[in-house]
Design a protein around this ligand. Structure first.
Ligand code: ATP
Ligand code: MG
Length: 704
């Protein structure tokens, strides 16, 4: 019964779900755009306007696509398998598999990710004897991708000077090589699918007749080519339905094109977009904060949002002395909320830069809180970190075969698969490690053997942090990523590794490389929350788009980090950062935490940053500050109004007293630090060791 589906919607949403023909929904965060889109699919199917196989829906991530199918099967008793619901890349892949012959591809074409693609570019350049000092393979790669994303093939490149003529030549050679090998990179997936439909009228008409409805979520982040691709599917009878929010456009750096929203209205002759104005996600405090921040941007399409969810709790603001303290504060809040019945999975920690996750992961790990990292790898599983750890392992113990295999040719030293096979045979025949075989082997391996020998000698006698820093540089990794167009983040992570070593040394009183490597292996392998286990969600703000959580911890609100330095130098950069801030704030349903640190270890050095300007853009009346004062203990009383007091007495337990914690069991009070609402208490537990809690939030009761 269609009435049921529509019953829970407000009138604007209902109008959007049942809009005849093509429509554009332009509405703010949490106003139900995704819900409208999903309900529209269900409604169209239920009212027999379309069959499940007669529509196509495009979402931004695989996670969102899965979510959409789950929601659909909850709304309707249909089989969602085989439905065309997915990401642009996923759907293009599907199209090309079906029509591989028409697309000029082998049935089993392989897909190259960014790393594979770079390797392929290098091979193509080598085959042409190109001087890679002059033509950096990464530059060639990005040249190729930019042109593919703009829909421009090698023979159409506008090359006015010899340099770009050469680049166009290499682009052509790379494409020819991919073609021979049956390989397709990400940009090629979209371009190939686009070309297939634009040139093949029969196929195009087939799909236009089939897909009567095409629906797109997060439309503000589509590129020009993606938009053109969508339009190819729309026949005379077809309807295109898009939902989006210009204030949440956060992929301009990847070619997203907000102007698509205006184009859409023009191309489809739509007079007005449908607006949804009621926000169902967040309490008004959070919504007011988001609206206040985004109002500082000019050039908006303009939208209003209201809610009747009530004001809710004030936003909590915490200024930490450093990033480690920020992370500990978050861990203790998460634990406290969970004790109050809020599951871990409803709590998300968001950060601007992936390198920030290291300190947070560490605090959660130490507190025994399960977590999962989305849209990015956990710190110790990132490729560059594994590479650095492999060098460190070889410095500690060169007979580590796995470590050797990982880096023997990284950065590249011209050791190919055949040489490695030979090495493995030699090692097996002699019954030794690969390292021992490499020491005996021919000159191909000499530079590598010398490098490892040198590393071993040079790190002897160095402290742990110095050893890690030394190996990161001496191995050539830093330089390697320094030449990489996308290497900035990897360099951040590599320098962050030295911070991780420093934290380990300070906490464990152990300066040994072996100890740190064991610690790294443990944090990497063991503590990712199991599938289905209740776990805190960690992700970058970019990866959080479209999602919602009960509580959101928004971290690193410092000038230079958020807004990020890189964006500030670019035109429109600050506006894009502000939209990112808007996305971040609007992920929270009930409670938002804003945190920053006065000092942060980044790029291998302590940076002292000012609080983010975005903090100043939030009206003070919405925020309650939990900032701690670490200046020499002031004897001034803390203003009671500023204190989120759940418990008052300044030191309710004596040092040495036994206390009970619901999670960690019995422990002994070790110390207090801080003042007023920021007082922290340290308790030593027999099983998990020392824990710091914010006293006001600590679930401790006296024993005996
Ligand atoms: P974003 O811009 O962040 O992607 P959105 O506009 O897509 O947000 P949704 O995720 O669809 O918003 O909806 C936000 C929340 O509000 C969801 O939990 C959704 O179930 C709920 N919601 C939407 N409309 C209604 C409604 N009419 N009644 C009750 N809850 C609703
Ligand atoms: Mg959405």
């Amino acid at each position: 019964m269609p009435a049921d589906l529509l019953e829970t919607l407000n009138p604007e949403q209902r109008a959007a779900v049942t809009a005849p023909g093509s429509a554009l929904v332009l509405a703010g965060a949490g106003s139900g755009k995704t819900r409208v889109l999903t309900t529209r699919i269900a409604w169209l199917i239920q009212t027999a306007q379309v069959s499940p196989m007669g529509l196509m829906a495009v979402t931004f991530t695989n996670k969102a696509a899965k979510e959409m199918l789950t929601r659909l099967s909850a709304l309707l008793p249909i089989n969602t398998r085989g439905m065309w619901v997915g990401t642009f890349h996923g759907l293009c892949n599907r199209l090309l598999r079906i029509h591989h012959r028409d697309a000029g591809l082998p049935q089993r074409f392989t897909i190259l990710d960014g790393g594979d693609q770079l390797a392929a570019v290098k091979r193509a350049l080598r085959a042409l004897d190109v001087d890679t000092d002059k033509y950096d393979p990464r530059k060639v790669q990005s040249f190729i991708n930019q042109h593919k994303e703009a829909g421009v093939r090698a023979d159409r490149v506008e090359a006015w000077d010899p340099y770009s003529r050469h680049l166009a030549e290499y682009y052509a050679a790379y494409d020819a090589q991919c073609q021979r090998e049956g390989a397709v990179d990400f940009a090629e997936l979209l371009l190939r699918a686009f070309e297939l439909l634009s040139r093949n009228a029969l196929l195009r008409e087939h799909y236009q007749a089939r897909f009567r409805h095409i629906l797109v979520d997060e439309f503000q982040d589509t590129s020009r080519l993606q938009y053109e691709w969508l339009k190819l599917f729309k026949g005379p009878q077809g309807a295109l339905f898009a939902v989006g929010d210009d204030d949440q456009s956060i992929y301009a750096f990847r070619g997203a094109h907000v102007a698509n929203m205006r184009l859409f209205l023009h191309d489809l002759a739509i007079a007005e977009p449908i607006k949804l104005t009621r926000n169902y996600r967040s309490v008004s405090t959070i919504l007011d904060a988001a609206n206040a921040v985004i109002s500082h941007n000019a050039d908006r399409l303009g939208k209003d949002l209201w809610t009747d969810a009530g004001a809710g709790e004030p936003i909590r603001h915490f200024e930490a002395g450093d990033d480690a303290e920020e992370a500990r504060f978050i861990a203790s809040e998460i634990e406290a909320r969970r004790s109050d019945g809020e599951p871990y999975r409803q709590q998300a920690v968001l950060y601007r830069a992936n390198a920030q996750s290291r300190a947070i992961e560490h605090a959660l790990f130490s507190a025994g809180i399960p977590y999962r990292v989305y849209g990015g790898l956990r710190f110790f599983e990132r490729a560059e970190i594994k590479h650095a750890l492999a060098y460190l392992r070889l410095a500690a113990w060169p007979d580590d075969d796995n470590a050797l295999l990982r880096v023997v040719n990284f950065p590249a030293r011209g050791i190919g698969a055949r040489s490695l096979e030979q090495l493995a045979d030699d090692a097996a025949a002699a019954g030794t490690s690969l390292w021992a075989a490499a020491c005996r082997a021919g000159r191909k391996f000499v530079p590598f053997v010398q490098l490892i020998e040198a590393l071993r000698q040079e790190v002897t006698g160095l402290g742990l942090v110095a050893a890690v820093e030394h190996v990161v540089v001496r191995s050539g990794l830093l330089e390697h990523y320094g030449n990489d167009r996308d290497g900035a983040e990897r360099i951040d992570n590599l320098t962050e590794l030295a911070n991780a070593a420093g934290a380990y040394a300070a906490e464990s009183d152990d300066q040994s490389l072996e100890g740190f490597l064991a610690h790294a292996a443990l944090e990497a392998g063991e503590h990712e929350a199991a599938q289905g286990q209740d776990a805190v969600q960690l992700m970058s703000v970019h990866a959080a788009k479209g999602l919602e959580f009960f509580s959101v911890y928004l971290t690193g609100l410092e000038e230079g980090l958020f807004p990020h330095d890189n964006s500030l130098n670019q035109q429109g950069g600050l506006e894009e950062e502000r939209r990112l801030m808007y996305v971040a704030i609007t992920r929270a349903r009930r409670q938002l935490y804003l945190t920053h640190a006065r000092a942060r270890l980044l790029h291998g050095q302590t940076r002292y940053a000012l609080p983010s300007r975005f903090l100043d853009e939030i009206p003070a009346g919405l925020v309650r500050s939990l900032s701690r004062r670490i200046a020499p203990a002031p004897s001034v009383a803390v203003a009671p109004a500023a204190a989120p007091v759940r418990r008052t007495a300044s030191q309710p337990f004596q040092v040495g007293a036994r206390v009970l914690h619901p999670r960690y069991g019995e422990g002994v009070v070790g110390a207090y630090q801080g003042q007023g609402p920021d007082t922290e208490i340290r308790v030593r537990f027999p099983k998990v060791g020392d824990k710091w809690f914010i006293l006001d939030y600590a679930r401790l009761t006296a024993v005996g």
